[in-house]
Design a protein around this ligand. Sequence first.
Ligand code: ZN
Length: 114
Amino acid sequence: MSSIRTTTQRTALLRELQRLGRRMIFGTLSETVRTCGQPSCRCHHGGPKHGPHLQISYRGDAGKTTGAHVPAAIGDRVRDGVEAWQQFQVVARELADLNRDAAWAVHGKATGRR
Ligand SMILES: [Zn+2]
């Protein structure tokens, strides 16, 4: 009875992971304001600086933190992707917990029969 419910839950979580997996983007977002390369620009004379510019940083293959400027045109998509990655981890954890419970449940049944 409870194993059927667990199977349904696991299927739903797997579907959720697949949905999130299509959108997720790994990285941490930050916003920065900058001065530009033009000494005569307002940003060098007490005026407002340029930005905010969206920046994404993440650990690369060599374990080194790297980053990239996020063009405004894809800002919303990248924000959504980073949110999806965080949600993916929450759902993955939930699924992993259910899988652990299922493993123990199988053991319980096996020993219960004897
Ligand atoms: Zn400037």
